[in-house]
Structures are given as structure tokens and as C-alpha cells.
Design a protein around this ligand. Structure first.
Ligand SMILES: *Cc1c(COP(=O)(O)O)cnc(C)c1O
Length: 432
């Protein structure tokens, strides 16, 4: 299996090359050149086995092919249950049972398991740069923490992540270096891009990134949709319909790709917050990226979704795109309403991102599209306690993995929002 760039002018590469490179040399994103149907017999599968079956075709012929089962056992061995709520029309696919209590743990652990197996004796220390709006940085840090041969440099926008996210980002230590940047997430991303594109810096150190365009993050996310849909089909005798909280479109795209492989998935609906670029694109046919607006669902504050290039490469015609996905948004007032009502209505507290998706599912049902809908619950509500608890009126119990991180001391160095400052830090302070 080879992987081709969305822009079509870079040469096709192997899976290992695509994983190591991140972005294609022509600036495009890698997509598989064909869609290998997994071997399925309609029986439900656990997450690890679903991962192996769904990903086998993509690993065919690659250096990592023989290691796929061990990669899946190491990275995907986390619960991802579909749980009923008090409302028979709404189910939650709980993706927050990993070490940092957000769905990004699945993908970050998978990428780390792949990159660790690609290392050769004598390879230099690899620095993974990651700009985060809150959840990615923690997941990547946890996945590479204390892994020999790697170190992680996390940049987050100071004051723009939840207090518990901030604590978590600085709680690793060892080979994880955390910087709080006096700027926005877009600034952090621009700093990472500038460092990755600096030949002088790259001559001095091996650099890579772990942002949401990485194929190594996109592919494994198909596994939990596959496992959930197979079980749903076995129990209910029909395909599963998903609503996915969406920012950079990595998670929702994985659901669409799983459907393309033949998994029993019906509708896939994108739910954004007030950053409405995707619903507007589907409605008007025009793509208008814009600066992101801060919202209560901060991990989805994205004004130019990075995986959109993949979705458009797969469906260049607007009519086709509209046939594949539906998108809607929820503003902060709506998110707050869902947070306030969720315990009474659904019997559970949810995070603000999940709340946006529940609001979209409620609107679909009010319009007669009954589902039942499975909402991807992308983070544990305790991670966003300062937003969730005032709406609920009581504290949310902290899951043990998150509690362990919050009990550790946390340290983040301040950094100006300038690419030159990041380069200086990498070249001097961290160059031991
Ligand atoms: C990252 C994140 C999202 C958005 O996921 P994308 O793959 O960027 O669309 C949604 N919810 C939470 C909790 C997240 O951390």
C-alpha cells in the first residue's frame, strides 16, 4: 500500500515514510491510494482486534506490517464503550478512558508505538514538536513520556486552555518540555511550522511533529468507530449513526473513512462550536477560513480545519460532499444549556465538546431524523470542571488517571509568541 499527497505532485510513499514525514513535500496531506476492504464476518470485535483488521490493508508491504498486532495491543488497549443514556434516542461512544481523559490518547499512543518501532540503532534523539489547543499536547506527552530516543516540546496558548488542561500539560517532566506561549493557538502552530521548516535548525536536530494531519493519528481513529458499528449492527441489525464533535476534522474524518472501508456506519454528522466554517461550507459551497473564535468547547476552536483538505480531495464535488456528511453548530449559550440539562435528560454529565454534539443530535431529532444517534464523547467532563461544574451545580468526579496527573507538580516555562524565540530555546536551552 502506498500513500499519495492530496496535492498530487509529491511522489507516493510507504506507510512508514508517511508516518515519519507528516506533511507531504508538496504541502499536501497523505491519503491511501486505495481502500482495502477489511476481513469481517459481521461478528462484533474488541477494539484491538478491530484495529488490526481495519488497518491491515494499510500496513501491507510496509516495514511495520508484522508489528501491527503488537502496535494495536500497546496503543488501543483502552475501553471505548457505547453506553446508553436515559434517553433511548441517544447513546454515547465514550472515548475518554485513556491516560489524559480525551479521545486523542488513542491516536497519540498509536503514533508513538509506530515511531518507536521505526527507530534504528544510532538514530539521533527525535524532538516531537506539538502545538496544542488543550488536549493534543497532553495525549502526545503521555504517549512519549520516558520513551528512550524521544523528547516532546509542547506549546500551548497561556490562559486559553482549561486550568486542569494546563496543569496536565506541565505535569510530565523528564523528556517532556512544556511552554506557555503569550499568544493564541494559531501563534503556537505558526511557531512549530517555522521550526519544522528551518533548514539550519533541522541540520542540528531531528525534528518531527504530531499534529492532527499526521496519518498515524488519523488511521487508528477508525478502530473505535469500526468496533462500535460492528457491535451496533450485531445488536440492532442496522448501521450506526454518529454525531462527532469537530474542530480540525480528524476524528470525524476517521468515521467517514471507516464507512468507506465498508463498516456498517450510516450517517456521520459534524458538530462544531461557534467556529462554523464547516457548516457554512456545506450550506453555501464556499470555504471561508477565518481566525478562530474562543468558545467553551476550546479544543474545537478552529477557523481553518486542517483535515478539510483530505475531505475535499475525497469529495471534490459539492453535491457529493453534501451526500456524505451533514454539519451543524452549537453556540456557547446552547452548550451551556446542554451542560445544565444533561444529568436530568441523559443521566450523565458531559464535557462542553460532547455537549455541542448532543445539541446537534437534539436538533436532528426535532427535525424528524430519529437516529438513534451515537454521540462521540470526546473528553471527560472533569477536564473542563471550571465550565461544567457551575452549570451542574456540583463537582464532577475526577477519573483516576487524570487525578494522578493532577496530583503531580506542574511546570511550564513562559515563551514569547515568536518563531525566533522557539528556535532559540531549541538551539540553546534544550540542545544537550
Ligand atoms: C481535539 C478535540 C476535538 C476535535 O477533534 P478534531 O479531530 O480536531 O475534529 C473535540 N473534542 C475534544 C475534547 C478534543 O480534544
Amino acid at each position: 500500500m502506498r500513500f499519495v499527497s492530496t496535492r498530487g505532485t509529491a511522489p507516493p510513499v510507504s506507510l512508514s515514510e508517511a508516518l515519519s514525514q507528516g506533511l507531504a513535500p508538496d504541502g499536501g496531506l497523505y491519503l491511501p491510494e486505495c481502500w482495502p476492504a477489511p476481513e469481517l464476518d459481521g461478528r462484533p470485535l474488541g477494539l484491538v482486534e478491530a484495529g488490526v483488521r481495519v488497518l491491515r490493508g494499510f500496513f501491507a508491504g510496509d516495514r511495520l506490517e508484522g508489528q501491527l498486532p503488537s502496535i494495536c495491543r500497546e496503543a488501543l488497549d483502552l475501553p471505548a464503550p457505547v453506553v446508553p443514556t436515559r434517553d433511548p434516542g441517544l447513546f454515547l461512544l465514550e472515548l475518554f478512558h485513556g491516560p489524559t481523559a480525551a479521545f486523542k490518547d488513542f491516536a497519540a499512543r498509536f503514533l508513538a508505538a509506530c515511531l518507536a518501532r521505526l527507530r534504528q540503532p544510532g538514530d539521533p534523539l527525535l524532538t516531537i514538536l506539538v502545538a496544542t489547543s488543550g488536549d493534543t499536547g497532553g495525549a502526545v506527552a503521555a504517549a512519549f513520556h520516558r520513551r528512550p530516543g524521544f523528547r516532546v516540546v509542547v506549546l500551548y496558548p497561556d490562559g486559553k486552555v482549561s486550568p486542569r488542561q494546563a496543569h496536565q500539560l506541565g505535569a510530565f517532566g523528564d523528556n517532556v518540555h512544556t511552554f506557555r506561549v503569550a499568544g493564541s493557538f494559531d501563534d503556537c502552530q505558526a511557531m512549530v511550522k517555522a521550526a519544522l521548516g528551518d533548514p539550519a535548525l533541522r541540520a542540528r536536530m531531528a525534528l518531527s511533529s504530531a499534529n492532527s494531519i499526521s496519518l498515524g493519528r488519523l488511521l487508528p481513529q477508525m478502530s473505535y468507530y469500526a468496533a462500535a458499528a460492528l457491535r451496533w449492527q450485531a445488536v440492532h441489525g442496522r448501521p450506526a449513526h454518529f454525531v462527532v464533535p469537530t474542530g480540525n476534522l480528524g476524528n470525524a474524518l476517521a468515521a467517514l473513512l471507516a464507512r468507506r472501508l465498508g463498516l456498517p456506519i450510516g450517517e456521520v454528522v459534524l458538530a462544531t462550536n461557534a467556529n462554523r466554517v464547516l457548516p457554512d461550507l456545506l450550506r453555501t459551497g464556499r470555504y471561508q477560513p477565518r481566525p478562530s473564535i474562543p468558545t467553551l468547547a476550546n479544543a474545537m476552536d478552529v477557523g481553518a480545519p486542517s483535515n478539510l483538505e483530505r475531505l475535499r480531495a475525497l469529495h471534490p464535488e459539492l453535491a457529493d460532499l453534501r451526500a456524505q456528511v451533514h454539519a451543524d453548530s452549537a453556540d456557547d449559550a446552547t452548550i451551556r444549556r446542554v451542560l445544565r440539562e444533561s444529568e436530568a435528560r441523559y443521566g450523565t454529565a458531559v464535557c462542553p465538546h460532547t455537549a455541542a454534539a448532543i445539541a446537534v443530535a437534539e436538533r436532528l431529532r426535532a427535525a424528524g431524523r430519529g437516529g438513534p444517534w451515537i454521540v462521540a464523547a470526546t473528553a471527560h467532563p472533569a477536564k473542563f470542571d471550571t465550565v461544567v461544574e457551575p452549570c451542574l451545580g456540583h463537582p464532577v468526579e475526577v477519573p483516576p488517571a487524570l487525578a494522578a496527573l493532577l496530583a503531580r507538580p506542574s511546570r511550564a516555562q513562559p515563551l514569547a509568541a515568536s518563531p525566533a524565540c522557539l528556535k532559540a530555546v531549541l538551539a540553546t536551552d534544550l540542545s544537550d
